[in-house]
Design a protein around this ligand. Structure first.
Ligand SMILES: [Zn+2]
Length: 121
């Protein structure tokens, strides 16, 4: 089985062979050099597209689909946790608090999905 490093090397070789350019810019996540493939920025280490927000601060650069995927995963896990707690709750006040939290988490998840679509679309 190939290691992660081997996969990275293979992706890099394949990309360069198909005309990708290695850039001097770094991935905001792993600090590997970015590649320009068909006019898009890619980190071949993370194997994700990197979105650069022109004229914005580093915050913008850090907000990649990779970050949002993590946000998505965490939110989904929390929603699962809260749902479980809600199913066990008997106290009205506790139920209300859990339902409110769930509502916020679901709204945040929706925003996360929309933002991800906007960045990848
Ligand atoms: Zn990276």
């Amino acid at each position: 089985m190939a290691s992660e490093e081997d996969d990275y090397m293979k992706r890099m070789v394949d990309a360069l062979r198909s005309g990708a350019k290695m850039l001097s810019e770094q991935c905001p996540i792993c600090k590997s050099p970015l590649f320009e493939i068909n006019g898009q920025l890619w980190c071949l280490k993370c194997n994700k597209r990197v979105i650069k927000v022109h004229g914005d601060e580093e915050v913008g650069e850090a907000l990649t689909t990779y970050t949002l995927s993590q946000t998505h995963e965490i939110l989904a896990a929390k929603i699962e946790e809260i749902t479980l707690q809600l199913s066990r709750a008997v106290d009205v006040e506790e139920i209300r608090k859990l339902a409110e939290t769930l509502s916020i988490l679901l709204k945040t998840l929706e925003q996360c999905v929309k933002l991800k679509e906007r960045l990848t679309g």
